[in-house]
Each structure stands twice: as structure tokens, then as C-alpha cells.
Design a protein around this ligand. Sequence first.
Ligand code: UDP
Length: 603
Amino acid sequence: MTEPPAPYVTAVTPPSPSADGSTRAPALPPAFQPGRLHEVAVPGTPVAVLEPVIGAERYARLVSTAARFRDGLGQRTIWNVSSTAVGGGVAEMLQVLVGYIGGVDIAVRWTVIGGDPDFFAITKRLHNQIHGQASGGPLSSADARHYGQVLDANADELLRQVRPGDIVLLHDPQTAGLAAPLAGAGARVVWRCHIGVGWENDATRAAWDFLRPYLAAVHGFVFTRRQYVPSWIPAEQAWIIPPSIDPLSAKNQQLDAATVQAILATIGVLDSQPPRAPGRFTRRDETVGEVTRAGLVTGEVWPGPADPVVVQVSRWDRLKDMSGVMRGFAEHVVPGGAGYLMLVGPMMSEVADDPEGALVLAECLAQWRSLPAAARARVLLVTLPLDDVEENAAMVNAIQRHAQVVVQKSLAEGFGLTVAEGMWKGRPVVGSAVGGIVDQVVDGTGILLRDPADLAAFGSAVRQLLDSPDDARLMGEAGKEYIRENYVGDRHLERWAQLIDAIMGLGQPRSRRGPNGTSRGSSRRLQRQSIRPRAGAPGGRPLITCPLLSPRSGSLWPRSAGRSRAGARTPACTAPPRPRRRGRCHQCALPGRPPLDQARRVR
Ligand code: UDP
């Protein structure tokens, strides 16, 4: 242990307690205006770079899938719509996916919606509720009005660019309200929910009650785990696609020991001399990047380069439980021996869609100040600049590589990309047995905590790995192979290709349909994949529901494909009459849900 290097830096001044003893959030900058979409430019990444990682066989399959998919897509564009371009797993995943899809010459775009702080406060509550947290109770009709208005403004802009037939992948609750206008304009809409829990309570029900009407028009739903699919979504419309990591990205690419040390010294988390040259990494466009910015680091004593370090990288979100990690480390790891803890997250002014983040960070800083001196000297709070996403990623990469143990002690978790990232770097993981962490930390790759709130168990798991470096190394090696096999981008791309294939098959002229209403191409593909089309309605008729049909009634509206539907309408549709269009509800003119016999579930 050494004395702190000068200058001593503190990220933000902890908020002063208000009269009633609570803390106040710092004011949020008005980062985006409602309805101001902005496009994220991601350079195409040639998939050939993956071959050395995934091997010749997987690579050949990826190339042939891409070629077939590109042909099928024709002139259509694939759109991704999310709520932030930086910070968090969705942004991380889209950087990778959009890069590789662009790299095989498929038209793909990524656009980020705008919203005001009230909008993001509403969507944060939805986020928490989907994870089962009450988060202020059900949203009001005023909240619904505001949510709808912000998304209508975004939809107006988006509809100037999206063409009929385009595929639109909407990400998370922030974008759900775009589904109906996009589907109404003829796009194929998929809603990808990155979060969830495998059970229901009042909070989850409240969130789904709010979102369900907005989602009535989507053609397919994607969840990370089967357990996350809410019971009201027909199994046939739900696809299971876990995320992936990109081994070549700035976040995960190999960095040698000298580069790691240089980056850590630049961030300011080590007691070491300033680096003679900045740490370098390879950017997505193959140019060389340099880490030149410092982080904002709160600490009292800085670890030396050889001191063991435990790391959790997360957004400043209560469900990531940075605070519990700090307490567990202080109470159950510090007394048992050496080791430092680094809690690492983004600088808060830069994550527009996370209004709670600044408050959670401020609470962590206050908690750090109140730690006993011995523990305070072993904990660093680190916030990393996001001005340059790839530089930020290289910083996270170096910190994860430097860690002796990576932890992710979330109270709830959609997938937990930080787990896969740590494992890819050969680090053993201590993770809560929640959500997607369970799928990643399999036997021999780390330690799962049955009860994330059990701080003694957390401390003992961390201590065990700090004290047994040989076991930790073996776990790290096993973890890396597990990630290579299951969570590298080619797996992810193939699952998306299957889904979009099926979604595109919808609404084709009858003459191009194969048996059971599937398109001929998709029917042949399904046969090759040995996935048998399910039967449709009794008598083989496809079923279609009006997208505006009350989700509560849940009833289906059967019709014969191709039959004259003069006068047909769905009972709950209240939209004003529109000119009739083939395949659409006669009242609201929105396209129907996919006939049940065409939707497939990925296994
Ligand atoms: N992340 C980052 N910089 C930070 C904090 C987080 O790049 O300061 C990244 C992290 O490396 C991971 C993602 O954000 O790729 C978080 O994804 P995860 O699935 O773990 O959680 P989410 O934020 O989506 O809930």
C-alpha cells in the first residue's frame, strides 16, 4: 500500500443532505430535445476478422448465412432504434452488431431517439418495474400521455426515412411506443427487450400493462432468456436471442501488459509513474487509437501495479448494487487480507437515458466517505469519460484485464455483458445467480452467489479467488472458452438472420407462399433446420389479430387468407375508418400480427 499520488481527485461533490435527511440529485443536463433523432455512425467491420477466433467452420457458416440473407433482404434497410449511443449493454451490443452487418454490405442504420428528463424518468421506472422493483408504483395517465407525445415526435422524424418493408428493431421500453406508427407505415417491427425477470409481481404486471398496448403492432418479440417472456406474449411470437461480445472491439481486443499499465496510469487508478507513451488500441476502422484522457477517481490510497484488484464495471444503477459490493468488500474482504476494489462506471453527465445514475453515484461517494479508514484506503470509485466511445472501451478493457477477480453482484440483470467481457479476458467471475449471469457463469468458470444480498458469501467468494490464484487462473481459462463457444458475434448474427428471415416472409403475395402460409424460401429453410411449422387456426386458416385489439381481451380474429374481408373489423378497434388495404385491419389500417403459423421460436 502506498500514499495517494497527487493531485487527489474527487469525481463529484457528494450532495448535501436536505432538511429531511435525504440526498438530492444534481440537475441533469437537457441532453436531447424530444423528437430529435440522431444517427450513430458505425463503420462496417469485415467479418473475416472473426475467423481466427471462431475457426474455419463457423466462419464459413457465417459467410454463407450473410450471403443468403443479403439476397433475401434486397433493397430493404435494417434499422435499430435505441435510447442512447453510449453507456450500457444495448449500446455496446449495437456497436458490434451494426458494425458486422454493415461489414457484409447489408444496409443497416442505428438511430437514437430524443427525450426530455421526464420521459427518461418514466422509462427508468418501467425499466425498474420490469425487474420487479416498485419504482414509484404504476405510471399515471399523464405519464402515458408524455411517453406517447415524446415518441410520436420521434416517430414523425423516423417515418421520413423508414420505407415500407424495412425492418425496424426497437430496443427496450424507451422505444416501444414507436411500434404502431412504424408498423402502420409498412415496416416490419421487432421489439427487443434486453431486460426481464423469470417471475411476476405487481411491479412487473404494472410495467407490462403500460407497455402492452404500445406493443400490439409488433411482428416479433426478442428476449434474452426464455424465462423473461411475459405470459401474454404468444410463444410463437417470442424469440430468444442472447447478446454477444466482439473479441476484436476496443473493449475486448488483446492488450499486452505494457499497454494495460499505460492505460491504467493514464486513467489515474494506479500508483505509478505517468506512462512514457499513451496506451494504444485498434479502432473499429483499423486506425490506431490512444488513451489520453484521465478518469475521475475517488480514493485515498492507490494500488501499486502488482497489488491484486477486484473490479465491478457497471452503470450507476441501483440494481447493479455498487453499494452492496462496496459494503461486502469492506466488511468481508478487507479484514481477510490484501486486495483493492475498483468500482468503475461512466461519467454521469454523459448517459442521457439514465436519470438515476448521478444520484446513485453520489450515494456511493457518500458511502465511501463513511467507510472505516482501513476499508476506505482499499476502495476506489472510478468514472470514465465517454467523449470517445472506443477510448472508453479500451479503458474498460485494460481495467478488466488488470483485475484478479471480476465481480457482478447485480440484484437483477438482463444478461450482464460485463460478465462475458471479464470471462473473455480469462478472469474468474463472482456473480449473482440472477438473470443472464446464471447462463454465463457455468461450473468451473467462477462463483455464483445464490443470494445477492448475502454480503458474507460475496466476501468469502472474492477472498477465496484472491487467495487461490491457480484456481482462479483455471476458472478464467475455462470461462474464456465458454464465451468463445457461446457468446461471440457469429452466433448472435445467425440468430438475428433467422428471425428477420421469418419476419420478412410475412405479407408476401399468396402465390409465393409455401405450405401452411410460410413463404416458399422460409418453408425450405425451416425444413432444413428441422423446425416444423406449427399448425395455424383450426382448418389450417392463419389467424390474425388487429394490432389495436385490446391486449386484455387477447382474443384472435380468424379469417381466411385471401378471402374478401368487406366489412370485417376487429371488435376493439376504435380507430377511424381508413381506405382498405390488403393484410391490414380495415378500421385502423395497421398490419396484423404475424399469422401464428409463420412465427418461430429460436431454440
Ligand atoms: N460500460 C462501459 N463503460 C462504463 C460502464 C459500462 O463501457 O463506464 C459497458 C460495459 O463494459 C458493458 C456495458 O456497458 O459492455 C454494460 O452492459 P451490461 O449488460 O453489463 O449491463 P447494462 O448496462 O446493459 O444493464
